[in-house]
Design a protein around this ligand. Structure first.
Ligand code: ATP
Ligand code: MG
Length: 300
């Protein structure tokens, strides 16, 4: 079992049709047919959307994505149309609602990895490959790869794991042309992000993008980009291959949930418990720190 510990009731706004409740975002359609994407303060871990929210997380991730879209604009078009609140929307949507192009989403999680960890490390240990790509011997948890690699995954339903797939499988599913474009765009955006983050003392270990098609042909980058929810960010000054790296994300949450203090057994059918205040605060501080270091501005 997994999914939502408590499934949220979406807010109804006149003039907007609610389309979908994602793990973190609520999707609506406005009268012009555009998408209104509202990031909540929800947080997920171990395939569960937790019963506790992280204050400001929705605004931080939205503002960070907007900043990145600007940094990437010359590489790939993005889905943002505007940041103006739809008429009648609750005031607390400010800063976390985006009006976006409603795209035909490509059903592939486009992952780029510049460092070895996570599911990549698990596969590497078994077969010395990641998504079927051969890698040199002797790599350990946190090693930098000789060059960034495209390691796509199929998008899972809420509560299911995404599954790594080969490039050939992606090409079978979406066509050779789109697959080639996805790989090219994913690696180009990753490389730009990695270089910018590196200048600010952050290692972009890996990240996930989602793309959509506009008018059936133009590839557009959608969803969120280069946030702590979609990426592994490591403080560069603490990077030490051969162990798990400290990171700017849900680490406090994962550590607490798997500690005896939480009383939660990950393997059980039981939903995870609420987070204690200090875990919430420490997690919020990590998101703020990632935002401030990357953008070079103060969070307010
Ligand atoms: N421009 C766009 N057009 C259409 N859909 C989009 C666009 N940008 C993002 N999406 C979709 O909006 C949803 C964002 O919500 P969220 O990130 O909370 O979902 P998720 O938990 O990652 O995935 P799911 O929606 O499957 O639960 C994703 O399903 C994403 O694919
Ligand atoms: Mg998502």
């Amino acid at each position: 079992m997994s999914g939502f510990v408590e499934k949220p009731e979406p807010i109804q706004v006149p003039g907007l049709v609610h389309l979908h409740t994602g793990k973190v975002r609520e999707l609506y359609q406005n009268e012009a047919g555009d998408l209104v994407m509202v990031a909540s303060d929800r947080i997920s871990a171990f395939d569960w959307v937790l019963p506790t929210e992280i204050p400001d997380k929705g605004r931080i991730l939205t503002q960070l994505s907007l900043w990145w879209f600007d940094q990437l604009a010359d590489l790939v078009p993005n889905h943002v149309l505007g940041t103006e609140l739809p008429a009648g929307a609750p005031a607390d949507w400010a800063g976390r609602a985006l009006v976006c192009k409603s795209l035909q989403m490509v059903p592939v999680e486009c992952v780029a990895r510049g460092y070895l960890t996570g599911s990549g490390l698990v596969e590497y240990k078994e077969t010395r490959t990641v998504c079927g790509l051969a890698l040199p011997e002797g790599l350990v948890d946190g090693s930098e790869l000789p060059a960034p690699i495209f390691t796509p995954a199929t998008k899972a339903e809420v509560g299911e794991h995404d599954e790594n797939v080969s490039y050939e499988e992606v090409a079978r599913q979406v066509g050779a042309d789109t697959a080639a474009q996805l790989r090219q765009a994913t690696l180009a955006v990753y490389s730009r992000g990695r270089d910018i983050a590196r200048d600010r003392g952050i290692i972009l270990a890996d990240t996930k993008f989602e793309f959509g098609l506009e008018n059936n042909d133009t590839l557009v980058i959608a969803d969120e980009v280069l946030t702590p929810d979609s990426s592994r960010f490591w403080p560069a000054d603490q990077w030490q291959p051969g162990r798990a790296q400290p990171s700017y994300d849900k680490q406090f949450v994962r550590d607490w949930l798997t500690s005896p203090e939480s009383g939660w057994d990950r393997a059980s059918e039981q939903p995870p418990p609420p987070l204690p205040e200090r875990v919430v605060e420490a997690t919020r501080a990590k998101y703020v720190e990632a935002y401030e270091r990357l953008t070079g501005t103060t969070w307010s």
